[in-house]
Design a protein around this ligand. Sequence first.
Ligand code: 6CS
Ligand code: FE
Length: 317
Amino acid sequence: MIKKHDPFPTRLKKHLDPFTRLDPIVHSRNQRRWEGPLDEVALSRYERDGFLWFEGFFSKERVEPFFDELREMAKDEKLMESDQIIRDPASGAIRSVFGMHELSENFDRLTRDPRILGMVRQLLGSEVYIHQSRINDKFGFEGSGFDWHSDFETWHAEDGMPRMRAVSASLMLTENTEFNGPLMLIPGSHHVFVPCVGETPDMNWQDSLKAQRLGVPDRKGLGWMADRGGIKAPKGPAGSLLLFECNTLHASNENMSPWPRSNLFFVYNSVDNTLEKPFAGTTERPEFLGNRKNTEALTMHDDFPELSNQGVKPLRA
Ligand code: 6CS
Ligand code: FE
């Protein structure tokens, strides 16, 4: 069998130097069709840093019910035993629940919020669908950290995501502080693809979702990137929103505080970037990690049309 050329080789036997990304960052540049709510200042910042932070994007009252719903889900014993639930390696507490938007109508609607969807379509320059959704919980005193990685690196190697044309929206369901293990990002790291050393065993996800061992750039590469861009950890109240480009390097520390840190993640992928065979040569991961079935374009859902139409320019689709 002739192996297809891989533009982003990774999980290699030997070191390969990092190289400049091959894909646009704001995919709607030069496409008048995908105008959206982000102005030029925001678009340029996203291009420069690889993320955008919206402190207090939603009110605390708006996000509280989501947190309550999660507590209810935790009582569902059958769900708690499924593969979709990942437990903390140290404490056994729930660490992640995958496929949130399929478990709950409310979470599904949230993925289609016009303010979020408008920005995401603008960044990706196309219609979009959900590649993966999850909630990452770190209970007080319990939640472990996560090593540096680019999500795209994993999605490309293990899910066959062909290009860098995805964006994660992370909505804080609790306050994120310097004490409870907030997400840390290296601004500008999305400009570079860092091939990683280490071959991927089949079913790697059963281990990698607890602790990232493969797909971690070497320390030289990380040091070089952090020296250039620094490290940022956006902090803010429940309801704050982070949009980050799929190749932006990120990590997080343990939660050393008594308070929980609970963040919701929706990964949006362009409908023109659907999954192929995993580039690492492994078998496809489960649907709840890399969705292959429901790739139809998302439509907007509006809970408060009279409010949200004000800030969002209608799309000339
Ligand atoms: O393997 C994945 O798809 C997941 N793993 C990490 C460390 N981040 C993103 C994603 O949820
Ligand atoms: Fe990640």
